[in-house]
Design a protein around this ligand. Structure first.
Ligand code: ADP
Ligand code: MG
Length: 248
């Protein structure tokens, strides 16, 4: 990847308010194609809101966001079209409980993209294999563990062939023994070149998969470093203190 290449996602001077409360302050981030960017920071610092700005679930008041050269905050692309190109995975997987794993994955490609049932099924089986759940296609969400459900949710997002994946604390609702299996899938996707923004405090994942790490506090991105710099203690006191807290 050449550094001169235009970023896939460019967040420029974004401010976000909820009423009088400014929760994002002049945020600037570039994400190049194939990069994985990890966002860390205390609760309430604006991490989820920043992700939600990217798919226009929380449109910013000031600043611009470009995605694939389209000014998404300026209306160059509808939120509906945008969300077809950006996959999002939440803390609480939110699978449809009345649909099997395969059907959860087939739904959007069939209803939104018009894929036929046979092709949608074939794709679902491939995606389930990709998230290491090839034997689980007929299982319903309540027959799957939390870690398995989250991997189905990742496969469901991938079924739309997104250009960008957003993960908002994807493992924080999981029991410790299931965290690893989800992070492994995410790291494999990153290694294959899936462009990603990930809110997580799993520093092992960040070390393994992140190209860049952002540290947010009080609505501001106060640190933005390559993963190498970040882990070689080349960070601010504040970020270091936060890291020490989450690591111990
Ligand atoms: P984080 O994900 O880092 O914990 P959030 O982005 O969820 O932080 O929240 C940032 C700030 O914005 C918090 O003070 C939170 O209370 C506030 N906030 C988030 N969503 C809303 C909303 N829909 N309405 C009002 N305030 C909100
Ligand atoms: Mg959050």
């Amino acid at each position: 990847m050449s550094k001169k290449e235009k970023p896939l996602l460019e967040i420029i001077g974004v401010d976000k308010y909820f009423d009088q409360n400014q929760v994002l302050k002049n945020c600037c981030v570039n994400v190049h194609s194939t990069e994985t960017v990890v966002l860390i920071g205390p609760s309430g610092s604006g991490k989820s809101t920043l992700l939600r700005c990217v798919n226009m679930l929380a449109p910013p008041e000031n600043g611009d966001i470009f995605f694939d050269n389209k000014n998404i905050s300026g209306g160059d692309i509808s939120p509906y079209k945008l969300r077809q190109r950006i996959g999002m995975v939440f803390q609480n997987y939110e699978l449809f409980s009345h649909l099997s794993a395969a059907e959860n994955i087939m739904l959007a490609p069939m209803t939104v993209l018009g894929l036929n049932r046979i092709d949608a099924r074939k794709q679902a089986e491939q995606l389930l294999a990709k998230v290491h759940l090839q034997q689980r296609s007929e299982h319903f969400p309540d027959e799957l563990s939390g870690g398995q459900q989250q991997r189905v949710a990742i496969a469901r997002a991938l079924a739309m062939k997104p250009d960008l994946m957003l993960y908002d604390e994807p493992t924080s609702a999981l029991d410790p023994e299931m965290i690893r299996e989800v992070l492994d899938v995410m790291a494999e996707l990153s290694a294959e070149g899936m462009t990603s923004m990930v809110v997580t405090h799993e520093m092992g994942f960040a070390r393994r998969a992140a190209n860049k790490i952002l540290f947010m506090e009080d609505g501001e991105i106060i640190e933005q470093a390559s993963a190498n710099d970040f882990f070689s203690s080349n960070v601010s006191q504040r970020a270091r203190r936060f890291l020490d807290q989450i690591l111990h």
